[in-house]
Design a protein around this ligand. Structure first.
Ligand SMILES: [Zn+2]
Length: 436
């Protein structure tokens, strides 16, 4: 799979809206791969193959890979693809429901939009324009108030450390930044010299984006206010680690570093300090509250490339999951309501994995071989048609199920390690383990 997947994906953004008849040739190879890995029977429905193996269908993968390109190109207007994808085709006049629009000879973006109603227009993506070469940006002064874990140090010790630091940075303007993401609001705030600034962000923004933008806008403001010396306190370690790391390629971190360079050429000396959150440092707690209460403040209506990427990914995967949950007449669907990998599917013994896969999909050798041998449907010795469901309901095996306290098939085949072990035991007891 690791070998064939990149070959199946290569250049897919170009051919993803080709005729289904041609694309299905690739699907055949893909299904063969999943069957080899899972040892699911040839008669197994393809939707079950995907859901059981937690491997995405090629069509979904193609959309994901294309959405990555969309996110990347939309953030960079100098990219030669930008005009091709977004500008030449009167995108704003496009109506997703207009059936009169023919998609033939139209850019892929039309096709993509048609399928993805949650598409975000590129004019809302913050352009990442890095004009300063990274090697001329001086290494920022990043410090950590404590090097130990917060849980190992008392609030009083943290406070004392903080007061010590203030003695070192006596002539520095104190700035505090914080980001917040709750179910109802995403935003950030910063305080410079007791002056408060609050902003709201689109809900798709991540907490990392909120924290990083707080620092970015804080630096901008320090520079605008022509403050000579400032120290920015933040309780987000990953953003500060990013600023400290010379090899960090993250978009917002690069923007922060560039802004830091502009500020320093403008005469502002800025230091950064990580402080643990909720450690009774009044201004830090205040920044935290301001960020949380940013719901009525000015909305910065733009997206960061990484957030757009995650947002698109989430929606594409959700659409796929919804397709699975709405599927009818599928044996696996009755026991599995998601397309994620079940932990009980990964076992130390290969035969157990195969057994569970086949039972869950509902296609086994004893119940479905007749399709290949063109013989009649097998009948259980009790007279009922032999199906996987019947194996878990047959009166003949009732005593074994009671002994193992195995209830319904849905519970027996669910993602529960205890049940998985009992099911394996049950199949051995009734002498069907090696016949599945
Ligand atoms: Zn029976």
């Amino acid at each position: 799979m690791a070998y064939t997947q990149p070959i199946l994906d290569y250049g897919c953004s170009i051919f993803m809206n080709a005729n289904k008849k041609y694309l299905s040739h690739l699907d055949t190879i893909h299904h063969m791969g999943i069957r080899l890995i899972s040892r699911a029977l040839k008669s197994s429905p393809v939707n079950s193959l995907y859901a059981e193996s937690a491997i995405l269908p090629l069509s979904v993968r193609r959309r994901l890979l294309f959405s990555n390109i969309i996110a990347k190109v939309s953030a960079d207007q100098t990219n030669p693809l930008f005009n091709i994808l977004f500008n030449n085709y009167h995108l704003n006049k496009f109506e997703a429901d207009d059936i009169n629009i023919t998609y033939k000879n139209q850019p892929l973006i039309y096709y993509y939009q048609k399928q993805n109603p949650l598409y975000i227009y590129p004019n809302k993506i913050i352009p990442i324009q890095i004009v300063v070469p990274p090697w001329i940006i001086p290494s920022p002064d990043v410090n950590y108030l404590i090097n130990d874990k917060k849980s190992n140090i008392s609030c009083i010790e943290i406070k004392n450390k903080y007061l010590e630091i203030l003695q070192i940075y006596t002539d520095f303007t104190l700035c505090f930044t914080d980001g917040s993401k709750t179910d109802s609001n995403t935003g950030f705030a910063f305080i410079i010299n007791n002056e408060n600034f609050q902003y709201r962000l689109p809900h798709e923004a991540s907490i990392f984006t909120a924290e990083a933008l707080a620092i970015f806008y804080c630096i901008k403001k320090i520079s605008d206010m022509k403050i000579k010396k400032a120290i920015i306190f933040s309780d987000n370690k990953s953003v500060l680690n990013g600023i400290d790391n010379i090899q960090q390629r993250n978009n917002i971190i690069q923007l922060i570093k560039q802004e830091y360079y502009f500020a320093s050429t403008n005469g502002s000396q800025i230091s950064f300090m990580w402080i643990p959150s909720h450690s009774n440092i009044a201004l830090n707690d205040k920044a935290d509250q301001l960020a949380k209460n940013s719901i009525n403040s000015k909305l910065l209506d733009f997206y960061i490339q990484d957030d757009l990427k995650n947002h698109l990914r989430k929606n594409i995967v959700k659409l796929y999951n919804d397709q699975w949950t709405n599927i009818q007449n599928n044996k696996l669907r009755t026991i599995k309501d998601n397309t994620t990998l079940w932990k009980t599917s990964l076992r130390k013994i290969r035969n157990e994995e195969i057994l569970l896969t086949r039972l869950r999909i509902g296609h086994t050798r004893i119940t479905h071989s007749y399709l290949f041998t063109k013989t009649p449907h097998p009948i259980c010795t009790c007279g009922f048609p032999l199906t996987v469901k019947h194996i878990f309901e047959c009166n003949k095996y009732k005593k074994f199920r009671e002994k193992l306290s195995l209830p319904s098939i849905e519970i027996a085949l669910s993602d529960n390690e205890n049940m998985a072990e009992k099911t394996i035991k049950y199949m051995k007891m009734i002498n069907l383990y090696s016949k599945v």
